[in-house]
Design a protein around this ligand. Structure first.
Ligand code: ATP
Ligand code: MG
Length: 423
C-alpha cells in the first residue's frame, strides 16, 4: 500500500506552489524597500531556547512542540516559530554590536503538534520580520506598516488590523493581579488548562479558544486601564504614526497573543473569510527577548504571518485566478531535421528567458498540436523538412489564431520580439 503524507502536512504543487512563490516574491520585494535583510536559521534548536524565548506557560511550549533527543541526550525541538531562532542568531553572531536598528526577515517552515484543521497544520510556513534595537513607537508602527503593505500588495481585501498594549513588565504584573481577582470568581466555569493558566499566567486565559472560557471572561477588566503613563504614551504614539501613514486600525483590548514574550504593543491582522483560523498575522513588541537569549537589554518588535492562511484567503477572494504558468511557445516538429531544429531553437529561446517547450514524447504531429493546446502554449510553430528548405516558418498565435511567416534563420530573435509585443 502506498504511504500517505503525515496528517496535518501539505504537498504544494501546481497552482498552489505558484501561489506560494508569488507570496514569497511579494514578501522579498516589499522587505527590500523597507531595508530588511533575510535571515535563515536552523530548522531545529536546543529546546531551552523556545522554553525561554517563547515562554514556559504558552500552548506552544506546553503541548505543541516536536521534541527529540540528539545522540548525547540533549533535547532538540523543530522550530515552532521563527522569532526565538532569529533572536538567538542576532546575539550569537554579534549583530548586537552593529549600528542599530537591525531589521531581519525570514520565510520558514514551522512545526507545531496541533490538531489539524483548515488553516491549522502540523507543518506550515511563516514569514516573519524582526526589528531589534529600537524602543521608539516609530519602530512598532514601521513593523505594522510592513505587514499592512505586504497584505495590500498581495491584493487581499477586508482584513482588519487590531492593536492593543500589554504594557511593560510592571503594568503586566499589575494587570495579571487585577485579572486574577476577576477570574477567581469564575474559576469553576474554566477548562482544566485555564485553571492552571490562572495559577501561572492569568493573561493566557484570555487567549483560550474554549467557548466556555471565552464566555466566562467576557467583561474582564481591560489591560489598557492598567497601563502606566509611559506605556500609555507609547501606545498613543503608535496610533498616531499609523494614522499619519493612513493605515486603518481598531483598538481591541482583548488581544493578548499566544506567546509569552510580548510587552507593550500587540497586534493582529484578522479576516472573517477563512473560518475560525482567521488570524493571518500576529505580532508585537518583545523588549525582554534579546536579554532572555543572552544579549543585553534591547528593544525588539516583529510579527509572523501564516502563509497557508494567506493562501486560503487569496483563494477565498478569488485573487489567485490570474496565476498561470503556461509556456510562451510550443515548437512542434516532424522528421529528423525538424526535431533537431526544434531542440536547438527551444534551447536558444530558453537561454533568453522564453518559456519554450518541444516534444520529448515521440508524439505524432497531430498529438503534438493537441498537447500544445492542452498546456496552453501562447504561440506555436511547426518545423519540417520543407520549412528548413524554404527558410520560412509559420508562427501561430493560439489565442487569436493569427498566423505570421518568419525566416527560420532568424527565428529566435523574431519569436522573442513577437512574444514581448504580446505581453
Ligand atoms: P492561533 O491563535 O491561530 O493559534 P498563534 O497565536 O499560535 O495563532 P503565532 O504563534 O503568533 O500564532 O503565529 C503567527 C501566525 O502563524 C498565525 O497568525 C497564523 O497565521 C500562523 N499559524 C500559527 N499556527 C499555525 C498552524 N498550526 N498552522 C498554520 N498557520 C499557523
Ligand atoms: Mg496557536
Amino acid at each position: 500500500m502506498a504511504v500517505k503524507k503525515p496528517r496535518g502536512t501539505n504537498d504544494f504543487l501546481g497552482k498552489n506552489v505558484l501561489l506560494l512563490e508569488q507570496i514569497e516574491e511579494t514578501v522579498r520585494k516589499v522587505c527590500k524597500s523597507f531595508g530588511i535583510g533575510e535571515i535563515r536559521t536552523p530548522m531545529f534548536e536546543y529546546t531551552e531556547l523556545f522554553a525561554r524565548g517563547v515562554g514556559e506557560t504558552t500552548d506552544i511550549v506546553q503541548k505543541e512542540m516536536f521534541t527529540f533527543e540528539d545522540r548525547g541526550g540533549r533535547s532538540l525541538t523543530l522550530k515552532p516559530e521563527g522569532t526565538a531562532g532569529a533572536a538567538r542568531a542576532f546575539v550569537e553572531n554579534g549583530l548586537i554590536s552593529d549600528a542599530q536598528p537591525t531589521k531581519l526577515f525570514y520565510i520558514t517552515p514551522c512545526f507545531r503538534n496541533e490538531r489539524p484543521q483548515a488553516g491549522r497544520y502540523k507543518q506550515f510556513h511563516q514569514f516573519g520580520a524582526e526589528m531589534y534595537g529600537a524602543y521608539d513607537a516609530k519602530a512598532d508602527a514601521e513593523i505594522i506598516s510592513l505587514a499592512h503593505t505586504i497584505l495590500n500588495e498581495l491584493g487581499l481585501k477586508n482584513i482588519t488590523l487590531r492593536i492593543n498594549s500589554l504594557g511593560c513588565n510592571e503594568c503586566r504584573k499589575r494587570y495579571n493581579d487585577t485579572l486574577k481577582t476577576f477570574i477567581s470568581k469564575r474559576l469553576d466555569c474554566l477548562c482544566e488548562d485555564c485553571k492552571q493558566r490562572y495559577e501561572k499566567n492569568p493573561l493566557r486565559v484570555l487567549d483560550c479558544k474554549n467557548e466556555n472560557c471565552k464566555k466566562a471572561l467576557s467583561g474582564a477588566p481591560s489591560v489598557l486601564d492598567s497601563l502606566d503613563d509611559e506605556c500609555k504614551t507609547h501606545f498613543q504614539k503608535v496610533q498616531e504614526y499609523l494614522t499619519v501613514m493612513g493605515i486603518p486600525f481598531e483598538v481591541d483590548s482583548s488581544i493578548v497573543r499566544g506567546l509569552d514574550y510580548y510587552t507593550k504593543t500587540v497586534f493582529e491582522f484578522v479576516s472573517d473569510q477563512i473560518g475560525s483560523q482567521g488570524t493571518v498575522c500576529g505580532g508585537g513588541r518583545y523588549d525582554n527577548l534579546i536579554k532572555e537569549c543572552g544579549g543585553s537589554a534591547m528593544g525588539a518588535v516583529g510579527f509572523a504571518m501564516g502563509l497557508e492562511r494567506i493562501m486560503l484567503l487569496k483563494q477565498a477572494q478569488g485573487s489567485d485566478d490570474q496565476i498561470e504558468d503556461t509556456p510562451d511557445i510550443f515548437i512542434a516538429s516532424i522528421g529528423e531535421q525538424g526535431e533537431k531544429k526544434a531542440v536547438s531553437i527551444g534551447y536558444s529561446l530558453r537561454l533568453k528567458g522564453i518559456k519554450a517547450e518541444y516534444d520529448t514524447m515521440g508524439r505524432s504531429l497531430k498529438a503534438q498540436m493537441k498537447y500544445a493546446d492542452k498546456i496552453g502554449a501562447k504561440f506555436n510553430i511547426c518545423i519540417g523538412d520543407d520549412d528548413i528548405a524554404s527558410d520560412c516558418v509559420t508562427v501561430k498565435n493560439m489565442e487569436s489564431g493569427e498566423k505570421t511567416s518568419m525566416k527560420l534563420s532568424n527565428i529566435t530573435e523574431e519569436i522573442i520580439k513577437t512574444i514581448k509585443e504580446n505581453k
